[in-house]
Design a protein around this ligand. Sequence first.
Ligand code: SAH
Length: 241
Amino acid sequence: MSQVCNHDTEEIPTAVPPLVADDFSDATYTVQDESARNSIMNLIKHPWTIVFFVGFIAYLAIRSVYARRTKTEQKVHRQVDRLETALLLMVIPTSLLLPLLYLFTPLLWFADYRLPAAAPWLGTLVMLAAIWLFWRSHADLGQNWSVSLEVRSGHQLVTGGVYRLIRHPMYASIFLWGLAQGLLLPNWLAGWSALVPFTVMYFVRTPREEEMMCQFFGEEYRQYMLRTGRLVPRVVKNTKP
Ligand code: SAH
């Protein structure tokens, strides 16, 4: 009988514990343990970081497809002042770079912590919802989308699809994405690097965006505001904007 089939053979202890198999069933969730600290490639050390990375690529792919489709649309109004630029500069690099640094280098490992074992499962569900809502918002907004506060020539007010009940489904999706990231990456810096800066951006930008929309679409947008919520559907119909 070959040695492979010989069950009596004494088991040789492995130097590195089987991280991947154990991590799905642990009572708590953390990406690092002592055996993993020798590795540069954090990404391949844990299946949840791979789940996050696949979602990250999907999110970026949706954005790049729609950014390309809207590239040639003329703009008739641009409200990209210093504040808007500062917000974009705060959100985009932090939310893109910190997770990548975490996945591919050990630089941020000092900020790791443990999450309940259910966290990444929940994170995966929230991530799927975020991706779906991001895709639908882009699809429904079509040529009217822009990364900053802009009105395009022939801009149409979208009030259907995922815009029927809420005015900011794309921002709702980014909030969901930020939450999913925090549940999938158990690290104070990489985990919350999308949610925290985006929350600041949301509270500064949204009133400015709605003001701009009121300026261009007037009564139509004001009526739309009355029957919709910003991020969650309106339960009680409002009577004043
Ligand atoms: N706040 C929206 C859209 C984000 S993209 C959301 O979260 O889904 C930002 C641009 O979308 C703005 O510059 C504005 O020109 C455009 N926009 C926002 N709401 C819109 C609507 N209901 N219809 C058409 N364009 C809209």
